[in-house]
Ligand binder design. Structure first.
Ligand SMILES: NC(=O)c1ccc[n+]([C@@H]2O[C@H](COP(=O)([O-])OP(=O)(O)OC[C@H]3O[C@@H](n4cnc5c(N)ncnc54)[C@H](O)[C@@H]3O)[C@@H](O)[C@H]2O)c1
Length: 274
């Protein structure tokens, strides 16, 4: 029982914590940054889109947050070394890692090409693995913290693209392994599984495909990026102190059972690769 209501709210605060967020220049990553910064965290924004990443850091600072931008390709070990150095130089520690950067492709098993497969797996799966390996000792040395891996509803069920599905199932499994190994270091590791979220990643979708997908959802609409950011911020905070190794859907009900049969109603030809 806490002393008062202020202590309850304090559990969700992230003051004096430093969060590294990959793929932060747009879409969900930028909303993770806003949600973490709103709770007091200093945020290190990582992306390959320097213009939007720098602009977001400026916007956050103008609103009183501590924020810096670092160019980094998460598939490269050298980039992660630079991300680590820049984070420690800017804020002196790392407590939170949000592995959010990701690529989507629109192939099928029959027409997947090796280069595309390897690039997607390198960004979506190898990247988070390198990031955890490199930053976990710093998080331990900072007194512990949290890692949030942004998988997908595709990591709970499927996506038509085989590389995307494999990468997101892989990240879900990697999360379990990391949770077990890093628990004794005071690091919690969880995966979040967004469903259909309004971000530039879905700009490819025709109005017809979008309507077909959202009609399947119990909530009847696409998700907003901030709705995932709120879950990420909760998992990063002490309010989630007993949650590790978990996989949490934030998908408007997509994986609650309707999709397996209903997805077949999505019109053929509306996804490239059909
Ligand atoms: N939008 C959705 O419906 C949805 C659903 C489920 C899961 N996801 C996952 O959520 C995460 C964020 O997706 P989003 O919708 O915001 O995507 P997005 O395409 O809008 O943004 C992705 C960001 O990652 C950056 N990025 C790409 N490759 C990178 C690399 N090698 N190194 C560093 N940064 C890189 C991009 O520049 C971009 O800023 C991804 O992992 C995605 O797979 C998205």
């Amino acid at each position: 029982m806490p002393d008062g209501f202020a202590d309850l709210a304090q559990r969700q605060r992230l003051d004096e914590r430093v969060a590294v967020i990959t793929g932060a220049a747009q879409g969900m990553g930028s909303e993770h940054a806003w949600c973490l910064a709103a709770r007091g965290a200093a945020v290190v924004l990582v992306d390959i889109n320097d213009a939007d990443g720098e602009q977001l850091a400026t916007d956050l600072r103008e609103r009183g947050a501590q924020a810096s931008y670092v160019h980094g390709d998460v598939s490269e070990v050298d980039s992660w070394q630079q991300i680590r150095t820049a984070s420690l130089e800017a804020f002196g520690a790392v407590h939170i890692l949000v592995n959010n950067a990701g690529l989507l492709s629109h192939r099928r098993i029959r027409n997947t090409r090796r280069e595309g497969w390897e690039r997607l797996l390198a960004v979506n799966l190898k990247g988070p693995a390198i990031g955890m390996q490199l930053l976990a000792p710093d998080i331990r040395d900072a007194g512990g913290g949290a890692i949030i891996n942004v998988s997908s509803a595709a990591g709970l069920d499927h996506h038509p693209d085989p590389a995307y599905t494999a990468s997101k199932w892989g990240l879900r499994g990697l999360t379990k392994t990391a949770a077990q190994e890093l628990g004794p270091w005071g690091i919690r590791v969880n995966s979040v599984h967004p469903g259909y979220i309004d971000t530039p990643m879905n700009d490819f979708a025709s109005d017809e495909l979008r309507a077909a997908k959202t009609a399947l959802l119990p909530v009847g609409r696409a998700g907003q990026a901030w709705e995932v950011g709120e879950l990420v911020a909760f998992l990063a905070s002490d309010a989630a102190a007993f949650i590790t190794g978990a996989e949490i859907a934030v998908d408007g009900g997509w994986t609650s059972g309707v999709q397996a049969t209903e997805a077949r109603r999505v019109p053929a030809g509306s996804v490239s690769g059909d």
